[in-house]
Design a protein around this ligand. Structure first.
Ligand SMILES: NC(=O)c1ccc[n+]([C@@H]2O[C@H](COP(=O)([O-])OP(=O)(O)OC[C@H]3O[C@@H](n4cnc5c(N)ncnc54)[C@H](O)[C@@H]3O)[C@@H](O)[C@H]2O)c1
Length: 364
């Protein structure tokens, strides 16, 4: 990534809260959204961090994203609950859905919480971390409604979104094990970065408008459009398809098809079905020791000294440590986009200039 700027995390959080305040969010909403976006940057997932702000402001202007709304319960069956996100900020709707799911898992030992019609819920690992912090395992199936970017295995055009899948396993005294990724071979954001740098993407990530393999990221940004392919060929496609069904259909929301295609690229709607399990309900008194033994075992595989073997979630943990100490790197284009969005949201130019300059002072 082009590390044009390093930004001060707390000051950047304040700037984002202020942008949302000027856009019309109540303080609690502004805080939840800023918390989520900053956490994504700190974890190293810049594609789902503060760089989303210009797109959120456009979605608001276009009448898709609705401010100061909340998720509402559509059906409550005890351990299974379905919520409508009411086009609210996903950072609010998913926070409410997962908080309710955790409460249900405390009561019943396990819970399923389904959320539909929510605006973008961002980095899914954040919701898993909310479950892990409460001591629970969670499994998340997510679809992106009506925004095709990914081709089915063997297909020649895009038919569904980058449908993320996520699993978290809490550990005693250590950060949780966290699987959290899009089911496309690479994230859409990575094609944008490569496109702007004029660089090719690795083999096996893209097809062009004729359905032929290509390394040229322009096929995702200029007409005629190509498509991303799923990771791990048919295996990734099968997982993406089940994320679509478990996330979109089972949640009471929509899958991607002709009747659900979105008119706007900025209006990102997610559905998520989450299963939350209390590990104490299992007859597994050695679960933590067994987990630790496995982690140590895989880490002992012969490897090069400068590339240690990581376990899922460790990459994010390492980024957090580094970025809390050194600030958040951001490319100049994304930073300019955020500062321009601040003014579009209603922030006076002089205040935007002052907060921008504050964020760029990175003495931590
Ligand atoms: N809301 C949405 O619509 C949406 C859509 C797609 C993706 N996303 C989010 O985008 C983010 C980025 O997705 P991505 O596909 O680019 O993720 P990615 O390719 O960076 O993979 C991340 C996963 O790989 C693990 N990992 C990384 N290096 C590792 C190593 N050396 N050893 C073991 N595990 C390792 C990480 O811990 C994490 O679980 C995710 O947080 C995802 O939830 C959201």
């Amino acid at each position: 990534m082009d590390t044009g700027f390093r930004l001060h995390p707390q000051r950047l959080h304040h700037f984002i809260e202020k942008i949302l305040h000027y856009a019309g969010s109540e303080p609690q909403e502004a805080r939840l959204v800023a918390d989520h976006l900053l956490a994504a940057n700190l974890a190293g997932h810049d594609s789902h961090g503060v760089g989303m702000i210009p797109s959120y402001v456009r979605s608001l202007e276009q009448g898709y994203l609705q401010l100061n709304r909340h998720a509402s319960v559509v059906k409550d069956m005890g351990a299974v609950v379905t919520l409508n996100g009411n086009q609210a900020f996903g950072q609010v709707a998913a926070h409410e859905a997962i908080s309710l799911g955790i409460e249900k898992a405390r009561q019943h030992g396990l819970a399923a919480v389904a959320l539909h019609n929510s605006h973008h819920i961002g980095r899914i690992g954040y919701w898993a971390e909310q479950c892990a912090a409460a001591g629970f395992i969670s499994i998340h199936f997510v679809n992106v409604v009506g925004d095709p970017m990914v081709a089915p295995f063997g297909g020649k055009d895009s038919r569904f979104g980058t449908n993320p899948f996520c699993v978290v396993f809490p550990r005693e005294g250590q950060s949780p094990l966290l699987l959290d990724y899009a089911t496309s071979a690479i994230a859409f954001g990575k094609t944008r970065v490569a496109y702007h740098k004029g660089e090719p993407v690795p083999d096996g990530c893209l097809i062009d408008a004729q359905g032929l393999p290509t390394n040229d990221p322009a096929v995702m940004h200029r007409s005629p459009l190509g498509a991303l392919v799923t990771f791990a060929q048919h295996k990734g496609y099968a997982l993406a398809a089940l994320c679509e069904i478990m996330g979109g259909a089972l949640s009471g929301g929509q899958t991607t098809h002709q009747g659900s295609l979105q008119a706007s690229v900025d209006a990102i709607f997610n559905c998520m079905t989450t299963i939350i399990l209390n590990p104490d309900m299992f007859a597994a008194p050695d679960m933590q020791q067994q987990t630790q033994a496995f982690v140590e075992w895989v880490k002992q595989s012969p490897h090069s000294n400068d590339e240690p073997i990581l376990v899922p979630g460790e990459w994010e943990e390492n980024n957090r440590r580094l970025r809390k100490a050194q600030g958040i790197p951001l490319d100049p284009g994304s930073w300019q986009g955020i500062c321009a969005a601040a003014v579009r949201a209603g922030m006076p130019q002089d205040e935007a200039d002052r907060l921008q300059a504050d964020c760029e002072q990175v003495t931590l």
